[in-house]
Design a protein. Sequence first.
Lengths: 115, 122
Amino acid sequence: GDSVTQMEGPVTLSEEAFLTINCTYTATGYPSLFWYVQYPGEGLQLLLKATKADDKGSNKGFEATYRKETTSFHLEKGSVQVSDSAVYFCALRTGSGGGADGLTFGKGTHLIIQP
Amino acid sequence: GAVVSQHPSWVICKSGTSVKIECRSLDFQATTMFWYRQFPKQSLMLMATSNEGSKATYEQGVEKDKFLINHASLTLSTLTVTSAHPEDSSFYICSARDYFGTTGLVGRGEQFFGPGTRLTVL
């Protein structure tokens, strides 16, 4: 079945450091790939997505490129801020729509940014 | 926009009782809602897909008679945990799919998540 593997945390960085959170996947067909972020006490929020190979999703300074050859979707940010502290989830969806498009999630990576 | 609420945010109940959790899309219509379960330090696991006006589709291994789902309107889905037992204690999260793109082009077709409900069964 489908699965998502992401690096386990917590990941602790200093403010303005470069961030990479690795994510690899196993899926049948051609999945869409997502990064969600969960801030303390809040629900998951869609951060960015990519729907086909070589697509780059970007939002709020975060980027991730859909790499089909390495089945990866690593999340990167050039300069992190304290406000980026949260749990980040990599996810995929293989359904084409209708009811068959629930998400498969990784375990989440807790990111802690220190001033 | 794209706000999904859940009620209650936490609930404690006795073993053998039933608990209902509500999931509402506050500013958009959702023909499809999803229910997930999250164990501590684990990923979210899809339990079922709830379609407005029809029966829910359950993932393999999820007991449909134990986890009753009703999606009576385009903005409300409910999950009822029947005859709850301590092993049902978990964090339950719903999401609503913005099929019509009410939240904008980026959100069209994507899922927006509620804040979750912590269920503790004694």
